[in-house]
Design a protein around this ligand. Structure first.
Ligand code: SF4
Length: 483
């Protein structure tokens, strides 16, 4: 049932209207027959996901809609009747890789001419890429952007009713993608479920393509988020991963005054023994109020992903990150003071245009001060259309690679030292699955985010157990069950 606030936002086009969703459900019903008619059997669908957790969550919705249209998940790409690639636009090499993979699909289409091949996701919001795909890959029949994901039944229906090719891509900058509630979701197996709390981004970091391809920031109504969280818990998941490009600014534009801390408080108050994680946090919007809540909470993990990107104020300014090194470090030390067991992970861009070796040393020293549990490091890659793409970039790629390796070596040393220091400690672990490396062992995740493997009998995925760490390796622990 729609509440008043959702209705108001429908009228303001922030939320897809009920009538529009009804139209899609109707189309989904028609497609069931049309797909069987075209394929000659219940269709098998394959959705391949590139990029971030947000895309993973979108793919779960795409697969949910396809199942709703009578599809079964294919075991692999070769036996699929519908192949959809959910693409990512964050890095340049992802684009090159994607285009070569799409080229490979031609052979599958020749072997099965009824097959439907489609591309969607962030890369399909870029005009030049869409033009290239239209010209080079005539066998790609369906191309759509992130703003019309909920319209998949209608787009597929047009194709099944005889249109040669259906393309529905971004209609203009400065818009927010409308929120579609109540889409069917085929969640991945496991103990963790993702829950998108907001979409898009308003920050326009100078290197980032996201605000252009995902649109402006828009938050879901808290009631809808709580409804979905309850569904996730009722399905037996033990960990909820809240997703958004900048979860710390959750709530902007909602009629009810609510911020991310309050949303977390409400999710935490739901019944059950479960964990909450979230990503991604922006340091400029991360508050002490939020850190205080995490410190007091029994359910929110003391493990925060806080992308710093650079340790140099000059580079942070060029990146339009809108915080300083000092502010960032003050957040870290406040969190460490409140939670001695807190761990941090981060993202770092090495070789941003004009980064000097002194700038890089600032990044290195910040990492040594914070002592991240792990970091996701990237060499800067220009994205056409972003401000940084037109900045002078005199640093040779070889030098950037050298800096990256220096940073990775420093991080390896920190990880090894800190993980060894945990030997003998007892961690509460959420059991995930049998270990891939040791027969009879299970693997799980500590609250601090580290993977731990341990010999185990009578332990199931989804159990919470106590594990004593016996060996701290570079990127995981080994341990033993505490009876
Ligand atoms: S916060 Fe910055 S880096 Fe993150 S998605 Fe938004 S613009 Fe991109």
């Amino acid at each position: 049932m729609l509440n008043t606030q959702t209705k108001q936002r429908e009228d303001a086009s922030a939320v897809v209207s009920r009538e529009e969703m009804m139209r899609q459900w109707e189309m989904a019903g028609q497609n069931r027959q049309l797909l069987i008619h075209r394929m000659g059997h219940p269709p098998r669908a394959w959705v391949k996901t590139f990029g971030c957790q947000g895309n993973v969550a979108d793919s779960e919705k795409i697969m949910g809609m396809l199942i709703d249209m009578g599809c079964e998940p294919a075991l692999d790409e070769k036996q699929a009747d519908i192949i959809l690639y959910n693409t990512c636009a964050i890095r340049e090499n992802a684009q090159v890789r994607l285009l070569s993979m799409v080229g490979e699909l031609k052979r599958l289409k020749q072997a099965n001419p009824n097959m439907i091949i489609g591309l969607c996701g962030c890369m399909m919001q870029q005009e030049a890429v869409v033009r290239q795909i239209r010209n080079s890959f005539p066998f790609v029949e369906l191309i759509f952007g992130t703003h019309v994901l909920h319209r998949l039944p209608q787009l597929l229906n047009r194709l099944l009713c005889g249109e040669h090719r259906v393309v529905d891509c971004f209609e203009g900058e400065g818009r927010a993608n409308p929120i579609a509630e109540h889409l069917p979701i085929r969640r991945t197996d496991g103990v963790q479920a993702s829950l998108q709390i907001m979409y898009g981004c308003d920050n326009f970091c100078s290197y980032c393509i996201v605000p252009y391809v995902r649109g402006r920031e828009v938050s879901r109504e808290p009631d809808q988020i709580l409804r979905e969280a309850k569904e996730i818990l009722a399905m037996g998941y033990k960990e909820i991963l809240l997703l958004g490009q900048n979860v710390n600014s959750y709530g902007k534009g909602l009629a009810e005054p609510i911020n991310f801390t309050e949303l977390l408080r409400r999710i935490e108050a739901l019944d059950g023994d479960f964990r909450i994680r979230f990503m991604t946090s922006h340091p400029k919007d991360c508050t002490r109020e939020l850190i205080d809540l995490i410190a007091q909470s029994k359910k929110i993990c003391h493990n925060i992903h806080l992308p710093v990107q650079s340790g140099s104020d000059r580079v942070l300014g060029q990146m339009n990150r809108r915080y300083t090194r000092e502010h960032y470090l003050s957040l870290i030390s406040y969190a460490k003071e409140k939670m001695p067991d807190v761990t941090f992970t981060t993202d770092i861009i090495v070789g941003f245009p004009g980064e000097t070796y002194e700038d890089f040393l600032q990044t290195l020293s910040l990492c040594q001060e914070v002592r991240y549990q792990c970091m996701f490091t990237f060499i800067y890659s220009p994205r056409p259309g972003t401000r940084a793409a037109s900045m002078p970039d005199p640093v040779p790629y070889k030098e950037k690679t050298k800096r990256l390796n220096e940073l990775i070596a420093a991080q390896h040393q920190i990880s090894e030292e800190d993980n060894r220091a945990r030997e003998g400690c007892i961690e509460r672990v959420l059991v995930e699955k049998p270990s891939e490396h040791h027969e009879g062992w299970m693997s799980g995740r500590c609250e601090n985010g580290m993977i731990v493997t341990f010999p185990a009998e009578k332990v199931q995925p989804g159990d919470f157990v106590q594990v004593r760490i016996t060996r701290g390796l570079r990127s995981e622990y080994e341990g033993e069950l505490v009876k």
